[in-house]
Design a protein around this ligand. Structure first.
Ligand SMILES: [Zn+2]
Length: 153
């Protein structure tokens, strides 16, 4: 178990477009495990690599662990391939922006494709909290924070 140091609002790494992951090796698996440890310790439901100072396209989520059984997911090189026209505004926080809340508009559902830690291609349709969380974390990989995409409440 390794809890990594979080990066906070104002840190350059949070505003950079992260680079695609190309090495599907033990170091990537270690990074994913450390990111999950860091997310649970924070405590949060999602964490993107730039938030621990790594400008690579990987994020982790677990949208159920606070209320029920954990469902950890690791997304490498994620992309949205389709999304609902309908959007919904809801409150979001961010581990890099402690103690602040922003109303952010998100699609109601998204189709996402991504790679697993061994490079395997995955795809799924997400809605609810999983869709919101995946959109939030994907924004991090593109250097976008909820201070830019949302309105503080
Ligand atoms: Zn965030």
């Amino acid at each position: 178990m390794a809890v990594l140091d979080l990066r906070f609002l104002g840190d350059d790494v949070l505003y950079a477009v992260a680079a695609p992951v190309t090495g599907f090796d033990p170091a990537l698996a270690q990074l994913a495990n450390d990111m999950l440890d860091t997310m649970y310790a924070a405590p949060g439901r999602g964490l993107a690599a730039p938030q621990v100072g790594v400008s690579q396209r990987i994020f982790v989520t677990d949208v159920t662990w606070k209320e029920a059984k954990p469902t950890p997911l690791v997304f490498v090189n994620p992309q949205i391939t389709a999304q609902s026209d309908e959007t919904k505004v809801g409150p979001e926080g961010c581990l890099s922006i402690p103690d602040r809340s922003f109303d952010v508009s998100r699609p109601v559902w998204i189709d996402m494709k991504w790679q697993g830690l061994n490079g395997t291609e995955n795809s799924a349709r997400f809605d609810g909290m999983q869709a919101i969380c995946a959109c939030h974390e994907l924004d991090h990989l593109n250097g976008v924070l909820i201070t830019q995409s949302g309105l503080e409440t």
